[in-house]
Design a protein around this ligand. Sequence first.
Ligand SMILES: O=C(O)CCC(=O)C(=O)O
Ligand SMILES: [Fe+2]
Length: 221
Amino acid sequence: MFKEIPDLLSAEQLRQLRAIAAAAPFVDGRITNPHNTAKQNLQLHDQSSYQQSSQLLIQALGAHEDFRNFAMPVAIAPPMLTRYEAGMRYGAHTDAAFIPLPSGPIRSDLSCTIFVNDPGEYRGGELVIHLGTRSIPFKGAAGSAIVYPSDTLHEVAPVTQGQRLVAITFVQSRVADPFRREMLYEVNEIAALEGLGMRAENFTRMQLFQQRLMRYWADKP
Ligand SMILES: O=C(O)CCC(=O)C(=O)O
Ligand SMILES: [Fe+2]
């Protein structure tokens, strides 16, 4: 369902991202969603800073084994540095199914928030994911990330003090269906963690099962 990644970014990567954010201009986040009244935040607005920061973040996501195993990405939108100042929020919404990119649209199967500043630097600002009548708040440490299904209703609670600096991205997965993706992730994890401890013939049977599911459910990488 959700995947929390505690160690996505190194201290050096965080330093670089914060330096980019401190030097570059930010504009009203509605620039990419003009009719979205729920959205009250600021987005990085400088081509070379965007390129530098998104490259660093895509590289970090692509290099993280647990992220790759969980998300099974075929395409990752360039992550956008986003700032919420006191009074800003992002009201309850679900993400658009397709995200236009210069290289063509991608389907948003998973959304990802990467926490760039320390949670002690702001009050409020939790990413709240709604599941039926329950709401689950996330406020990660700097350098951590949360990956969640893009079709959930979610919001960012108002920041009441300080500033919240995050990067936001969307992932198209090889497996669009969350149920199937989770089943595959689980069986792949069990095979990776326990496979060598199994009797060889049972491991072979398990691999057959894994590869059949991949064949039926996964798009080509
Ligand atoms: O700031 C966040 O953590 C999430 C933002 C969000 O939901 C979005 O950009 O669609
Ligand atoms: Fe969202």
